[in-house]
Structures are given as C-alpha cells and as structure tokens.
Design a binder for this molecule. Structure first.
Ligand SMILES: Cc1cc2nc3c(=O)[nH]c(=O)nc-3n(C[C@H](O)[C@H](O)[C@H](O)COP(=O)(O)OP(=O)(O)OC[C@H]3O[C@@H](n4cnc5c(N)ncnc54)[C@H](O)[C@@H]3O)c2cc1C
Length: 567
C-alpha cells in the first residue's frame, strides 16, 4: 500500500464522468457475508489518500470496504478521472482478478476507514468454497466489466489508428474478442487526433498507437499489446499441467471448462484470441438454448469467464509452434521458444479459412478483405456494397448479418447453387432477403483500391466474361484448412490434414502394443495422451455445438489417460 499526502479530493479529481454502477455491479455485502469473508483476510485501517492498488500493478488483494470510502480512478496525464466510489459493504475489483490482466485503474481512499484485504490465494479459496458469495462477487465482476467497456473506464486503453490499417484492425479485433475495455480513436473520423498524437511525439504514420495508463506503444503487434496488459503466458519453471488445450475456440473453451471443473490444472492457449471461428460469427442461431441466436463473441466470452472462474488459465495470443514427447510427458513448444510440459493435451486448433488466390491480397487484408463478419467489420463497411465469397454456412451467416446491417451483399460461389453446401434454413433466409443477390459460377480475379478496397473483378467461369464491381468489403469464407502444420508429422492425419482419432486411427496403430489390452479412448490421437476435438478432428461436424460436445467429452478421456499413467 502506498500512502499519498491527504489532499482536497475535488481539486485533484475530475468527478463529472463518475458512473452510477448498476445494482448488479455494486452489491452491498450484508453482515453475514462479511462475517463469512473475515477469516480469509485481515483488516487494515486506511487513511485518506492511501493507494490500495495502482493501474499497472500485476494483481491486488481482494478488498472489501468495511468503513469509509474508496475512489476508483482512471489516471490520466490531464488529471485523474473518478470512475466510481465504493462505500462500506462494497468490494473492489473486476474481472482482472481472474484473468490475470494487469490492473488498469487505481483505488485511492477517499474517506478514512477500514478494509478487509484477502490475498489472491485466499480469494481463490473463497471462490471455490463459498458458492453463494462467489456468485455475488463473480456476477458483480462481469457486470462491472460490461459497465467499464462502455463508460469512462474504456478510456484506460486507447487504440489510435486508421480504420483502413491492417495492424489497427488486428489490435481492435484482439481487444474486442478479449472483451477488453478500450476506446477506438479513428484517424479518419475523430477530431484533433493529430494534435493528440503530436502531444505524444507521434505522427499519423506512427499509428496504430496504443495508450494505456502505464505506457504508450507504437505500432505494437497484438502479442506485444497483450504482453503489456499482462495477458500472455508466463512460464512457471518446473510446473507440470494436467491438461494443456491448444486453441480456445468453442471446442477448446469447453475442454477448459470441463478440465478445470474436474479438478485438472488446465491451461488453454490460443494463437490469436478466445472464440476461434465462432468469434467471427455475428449470430449463431443453431446453438441449443439460445432461441434468438447468440453472437459468437458473446458465447465465447461467457465460456472464457466460466473457464476462468473454475480455475482454468486462458492465455492469448500464445501460439503453440510444436509438440514433442519426452520421458512420457508432452511438451508444448511456444512460438517464443518457451516450453510447457503436460500430462495430457487436447488439440482444438480448428481450421482457418483459405486465402483467395489473387494478387495484392495481403495489401487489402484488414483493409477491405476480411475473414470475419462481426460488428467491427460491418461498421467499417458502413452499409455499402460488399461481397461474400463462399457457399458454406459461415458465408450464409455472414451475408445475412451484413445485409441486416444495411449493406447490399453479393454472395459469389464457384458452383451453380447453394443446396449442397449450405443449411436449408440459411438458404431460405437468403432467398427472402432483398439486399442479398447470389452470383453463381463465378470467381474473384482481382482487387483494386487505394488505400482501401473499392473494386473487385469477377469472372463468370463458363464464359470467361469479366466485370468490375464496386466493393468496400470482401468477406472470404472458402474451404477451411485444418491448423495442423505445427504438428510436423507427430500425429496420423487424413489426406486433407485433419487429425485421425479413435476408430478412424489406422490399423497399424490400433493393432499395435498400445492397444493390446484396450480400445482407444474417444478422441484419442495416434500418440498417447493427445486428443483431438472440434473442427481439427477428421470427420468432425464443423459446428459450434458439436465442437463444444467434443471438447467436453474429451476431458473424460484425458482423465482416464492420467489414471493409466499414474497406476
Ligand atoms: C463466420 C462463421 C460463422 C459460423 N456460423 C456458425 C453457426 O451459425 N453455427 C455453427 O454451428 N457453426 C458456425 N460456424 C462454424 C463454427 O464456428 C466452427 O465449427 C467452430 O468454431 C469450431 O470450433 P473449434 O473450437 O473446433 O475450432 P475454431 O473455432 O477454429 O478454433 C480454433 C482455435 O485454435 C487456435 N489455434 C490454431 N492453431 C493454433 C496453435 N498452433 N496454437 C494455439 N492456438 C491455435 C485458433 O486461433 C482458434 O482460435 C461458423 C464459422 C464461421 C467462420
């Protein structure tokens, strides 16, 4: 705890942006709840001006205000900004308590009093042993995060860049998918951006720039951004995980939830961010229990919070570049060279959409060519003419969503119709949507525009006839490729590169000594202790619900494997 000289609060704080938190975000603990918490921590007397935690700190005790008041502040070079004030009975903190993210707000005592300080390990014990309290605390953390994402708290992280910049798009997509409170400042749209940049010693060409309470990053990659926020994996020498999950799409998140809930020390690593392909979908309509559909980002965010609440660690961006077997254990080699040993591995690395074979593609990726159709991309296209390439369900979902956002959409497919590649309900919706046209027997040949995509050249393949059409966004959902290159031959794959498991394993494996006394466990791959689930698995259904089911079920197999190696 750092003590600052007591000062006149109103003279040093901008208070006009303070938010009244909704009740769900600011519960008051009653005497019985406080008595339950008391044995987990210790009481401290606090004086006006004491800083209980500071933006940039790695973590904080869980703090409950017993008497007095504590301000939550966003530090700013132009003067600290008051976000909210917690009074007696309220507790401090938000989702950073479980995600491991560095703190981005500061807590300063506004009125002398007492706090109950519960160390992080003891806080975890509260969360696992006191379900009613855990519900109240967790619900408040989630509600606070939502309030901070839209309110003044979002200004704690600012991303400044061009809406047409690929690097800026990558940072925004990472922040959005990770549900980070942040503000986007558009070079093309906001007033005085150049002045703001000049004040920091930057010019527009130095963007994207990320400004946080603790630093300014010039043109960071999502990985550097995540590291600055404390979200990347920090190796713990000598630590052996029960379960490492590769990929945090629907299958990986489900494996993390079930792994952690079954008491396995679980970490899920994703090369990009949580959500996988599902995170690229604006609306999933066929997931059981959500009659009105749910956005992939929402579904993934809920699953991520659930996994973390149960004790799983989720880290991203964190690419697994290799996997080897060493003395009976499995060792993940990360792209930065660090290694993570584990007893079992569930590979849920999914698939990636293939890129179009056209010149200049790279120049337009993120600047008109997209592999996701969420709110972020739809806003950039701003209701203009767009093209969706592909005839599968993902293309259909994307086309409907973009049309609903006001765009005129052309679906371009190589074949003559959609019936063999798209679900019936989507075809009906497309037929009924006047803003969508279907262009068959056609391929994209060229892209043009400066700096952003403006035109696309299409070829009608049977006749060879070419035409140029206006296009502010080209959404690419063609043939998914399994993310298995990093396995470098370790596992048996099918002819398209998907991982073979259990009954589809070749006879040479199933008739070998490993399976002399038992059949392969469900989802077991050709190397002991490794399981494959979701889109990356050969023969999988390529749907969210199927991926979730497989991820959950494979944990049972992982537990059985651990039992066999522990015997
Ligand atoms: C736009 C769109 C709309 C869709 N709509 C629907 C729908 O409405 N209904 C439906 O049922 N399905 C839909 N799908 C399909 C569905 O999203 C997928 O079937 C599902 O996401 C598969 O889940 P998964 O976890 O197996 O893989 P993925 O979702 O592909 O996730 C894999 C994850 O692994 C990570 N990864 C890959 N390699 C590595 C590595 N080496 N190291 C670390 N991480 C790695 C990736 O970054 C990714 O996040 C849609 C797909 C798209 C793209």
């Amino acid at each position: 705890m750092v003590t600052q000289p007591a000062a006149d609060r109103s003279a040093t704080l901008k208070t006009d942006a303070a938010v009244e938190l909704p009740d769900s975000a600011a519960p008051t603990l009653d005497a019985a709840a406080l008595a339950e918490l008391a044995p987990f921590g210790e009481e401290r007397v606090v004086e006006v001006g004491d800083v209980l935690f500071r933006a940039g700190d790695q973590s904080s005790d869980f703090l409950v205000v017993l008497e007095g008041a504590v301000d939550i502040i966003r530090p700013d070079v132009e003067g600290d900004v008051l976000i909210t004030t917690h009074v007696a009975g309220r507790f401090l903190g938000e989702l950073t308590m479980v995600t491991g993210q560095r703190l981005y707000l500061t807590a300063r005592v506004a009125q002398r009093g007492r706090v109950l300080a519960i160390p992080v390990d003891e806080f975890r014990r509260v969360m696992s042993s006191k379900p009613d309290l855990a519900d109240t605390i967790f619900s408040a953390f989630v509600a606070r995060r939502e309030a901070l994402r839209v309110g003044e708290g979002a200004r704690a992280v600012r991303i400044i860049g061009s809406r047409y910049s690929r690097e800026a798009m990558a940072l925004r997509a990472f922040a959005a998918r990770s549900r980070l409170p942040h503000t986007w400042i558009d070079l093309e749209g906001a007033d005085d951006v150049e002045v703001l940049l000049a004040d920091m010693g930057f010019r527009p060409r130095d963007t994207p720039v990320v400004v946080t309470s603790t630093g300014v990053l010039r043109r960071p990659s999502p990985g550097e951004f995540a590291e600055h926020l404390g979200l990347t994996f920090r190796p713990q020498p000598g630590y052996l995980f029960d379960l490492v999950v590769v990929g945090s799409g629907p299958a990986g998140l489900a494996a993390a939830v079930y792994g952690a809930s079954e008491g396995l020390n679980t970490v899920s690593l994703d090369a990009f961010s949580t959500g996988g392909q599902a995170g690229a979908s604006s609306r999933i309509e066929n997931y059981v229990g959500f009659p009105n559909g749910i956005s992939g980002e929402d579904l993934a965010a809920r699953a991520a919070v659930q996994a973390q609440r149960l004790g799983a660690r989720l880290n991203a961006p964190c690419e697994v570049a290799g996997l080897r077997v060493e003395e009976g254990f499995l060792v993940m080699v990360l792209a930065d060279g660090s290694e993570i040993p584990a007893r079992t591995v569930i590979i849920a690395a999914g698939a990636r959409y293939q890129r179009l074979a056209v010149d200049n593609l790279e120049r337009f990726e993120g600047a008109g060519v997209y592999y996701a159709a969420t709110d972020l991309e739809a806003r950039i296209c701003g209701g203009q003419q767009v093209i969706v390439v592909g005839g599968g369900n993902s293309a259909g979902q994307a086309a409907i969503y973009l049309a609903q956002q006001g765009s005129q959409v052309s679906i371009v497919i190589r074949s003559g119709d959609l019936t063999h590649s798209m679900s019936h309900y989507l075809i009906e919706r497309i037929n009924a949507e006047p803003r969508i046209e279907l262009i068959t027997n056609t391929e994209v040949r060229a892209l043009a525009g400066d700096p952003h995509l403006h035109h696309v050249e299409l070829e009608h393949t049977p006749t060879g006839e070419r035409r140029t059409v206006d296009c502010s966004g080209l959404f690419c959902f063609i043939g998914a490729e399994p993310a298995t290159k990093w396995l470098a031959g370790l596992l048996e794959l099918d002819s398209k590169g998907f991982i073979l498991t259990d009954r589809s394993l070749p006879d040479s494996i199933t008739s070998g000594p490993r399976f002399a006394t038992r059949n392969p466990f469900p989802f077991e791959a050709s190397v002991s202790g490794i399981f494959a689930v979701g889109d990356v698995r050969s023969g999988s259904m390529k749907r969210v619900a199927a991926a979730v089911g497989e991820g959950s079920s494979a944990v049972r197999s992982a537990i059985e494997h651990i039992a066999t190696i522990s015997d």
